[in-house]
Design a protein around this ligand. Structure first.
Ligand code: FCB
Length: 318
């Protein structure tokens, strides 16, 4: 597995104290009345990434009082960053099994992350029939298996399956057919992604999409769930991980390709977001089975990377 934990940290994502400082974690939480997991998940300020979850057995309860609602098999929930988490087994149900995926989204996923039906920012949807429930259940399972397989590209393959899951959720919500994400925000994302190495300011991006900086900041946060600077940092880390993983570029070069002139600063941000420093991250990924390091020439050096960032669909995937 490619997630890196510090010594002494909680290693079981089902228990409180686990650090979700990574890009994708998937699991299933089997809550049985009076069992070890029979407690309410209570995260007042939510998490820094998104969570999607699906009830597969029994009944869950989300929130309390007027906001309370229940989820049954085939119900999906989407918690955006910082939305409160408060959920557990419904008191009238002997169990609640739910599958879940924690993730930091890729930039162009934004349109699939705006769910219509929301309670306290938590998106909800219900699958219309058993066939769909089976399909979605299998997708969740595949994501979990893929991410846990410990192969060199497990995380990327799991993200790829997750993208499919999010698109399917979007497709299966009839109200989603109109009113897509604001095209200026989509363009802002593309513009930032194409220029990750440049230090674009909020003003630069605002000018590019013909909005005032304050309007852009507001709309961006509204539609993407995080602010623009934080979003770019996530995209930079995704690209940095990819470059560390697939090239032999020195860390300083990776840093500058993703927009950090100061390697030390880059390493600090990387460590904070990914959970290990860039060299350890690279060492671990090299030590994993089926290494397939892409030779530098493949990238065509710096010019190749620049071209990639300009034209290649790969760039859209970071
Ligand atoms: C587990 C919970 C699950 C999800 C993940 C992120 O502990 O059981 O619902 O919130 O954490």
């Amino acid at each position: 597995m490619r997630h890196h934990q510090e010594a002494g940290q909680q290693l079981n994502p089902l228990l409180p104290g686990y650090s979700f400082n990574i890009y994708l974690v998937a699991g299933m939480t089997p809550i049985i009345e009076n069992g070890p997991l029979d407690f309410y998940i209570d995260r007042k300020n939510g998490m820094s990434g998104f969570i999607i979850n699906m009830t597969v057995q029994g009944r869950g309860k989300v929130f309390e009082g007027d906001d309370a609602f229940y989820c049954n098999p085939g119900d999906l929930l989407l918690f955006p960053p910082e939305a409160r988490h408060f959920y557990g087994r419904a008191p009238d149900s002997p169990d609640w099994y739910h599958r879940w995926v924690y993730f930091r989204p890729r930039g162009f996923w934004a349109p699939w992350l705006q769910w219509r039906d929301q309670v306290n920012k938590v998106g909800r949807m219900t699958l219309a029939n058993e066939t769909l429930v089976a399909e979605f259940d299998a997708l969740f399972q595949q994501i979990e298996e893929t991410y846990k397989a410990g192969r060199r590209s497990s995380e990327e393959l799991a993200l790829n399956l997750l993208e499919r899951l999010l698109i399917r959720c979007f497709e299966e919500t009839p109200e989603n057919s109109n009113d897509p994400i604001d095209p200026r925000i989509e363009e802002a994302c593309q513009h930032i992604s194409r220029n990750l190495a440049a230090d674009l300011t909020l003003e630069d991006v605002a000018r590019h999409v013909c909005l005032s900086p304050s309007r852009l900041a507001h709309l961006f946060r509204d539609q993407m769930g995080v602010n623009l600077v934080r979003w770019r940092e996530d995209q930079r880390m995704i690209l940095a991980k990819h470059l560390l993983h697939a090239t032999r570029f020195p860390v300083a070069r990776v840093a500058s390709l993703v927009g950090y002139d100061d390697q030390m600063y880059f390493s600090r941000v990387f460590r904070k977001r990914v959970g290990s420093c860039p060299t350890d991250f690279r060492r671990t990924s090299e030590a994993s089975p089926a290494p397939c390091v892409v030779p530098d020439e493949f990238w065509g050096g710096e010019a190749g990377i620049a071209a990639l960032q300009e034209n290649d669909p790969f760039q859209e995937s970071v």
